[in-house]
Write a protein that binds this ligand. Structure first.
Ligand code: HEC
Length: 157
């Protein structure tokens, strides 16, 4: 019993100490997704979908929930954001080659169609981010059409 008490106390101390540290937030000034939006020309409805369901992990601006103030949740979220951005960052669209853009759109098509994106941990806590069947169809249709432009080797204006 004594040992359990000591371990619990140490855990509480560790949790309290952790609160003094937090990972750097993924927030930057300016509208970084404007080039992505200009090039791929999504409908207003699709724009809303990307903002609500994807940008938190795939852009340079995350809207943080209140529980991000609690460690170790903050580290867990930062990890999602960093990993998501590494794979696909809508704020850095202009830095991708035509091939990469084509490939990323193909991945978006697949991930959204399979229901792997947005990830379920996220939609569990952000119910608005969940995509309906018709929203999925709209994303897939948009991705298919936009890929043709990139495959033709033209940088859309
Ligand atoms: C909660 C964070 C989060 C949200 C929200 C999210 N993603 Fe992701 N996404 C990730 C992470 C983490 C990865 C990388 C690991 C993986 O594939 O599971 C990823 C990977 C991807 C990939 C794979 C890229 C590649 O190179 O293979 C695509 C495409 C993608 N996401 C698209 C989307 C789209 C589109 C949305 C919105 C409809 C979305 N994601 C929402 C976290 C997220």
């Amino acid at each position: 019993m004594k040992v359990i008490k000591k371990i619990s106390l140490l855990l509480v101390i560790a949790l309290v100490a952790m609160q003094f540290f937090s990972p750097t937030k993924n927030i930057s000034a300016g509208n970084h997704t404007s080039i992505f939006l200009k090039e791929t020309n999504p409908s207003p409805e699709l724009k809303r979908i990307f903002a609500t369901s994807c940008y938190d992990c795939h852009s340079n601006n995350t809207t943080y929930p209140w529980y991000n103030n609690i460690a170790p949740i903050s580290y867990w979220l930062a990890n999602h954001v960093n990993e998501g951005k590494e794979h696909l960052n809508f704020s850095e669209w202009e830095n991708y080659s035509l091939d990469k853009k084509d490939h990323l759109l193909e991945e978006i098509e697949e991930e959204v169609m399979n229901g792997t994106m947005p990830i379920t941990d996220y939609t569990f806590l952000h119910s608005k981010a969940k995509l309906s069947k018709s929203q999925i169809n709209d994303v897939v249709e948009w991705a298919k059409q936009t890929r043709i432009i990139y495959q033709l080797g033209k940088q859309p204006k």
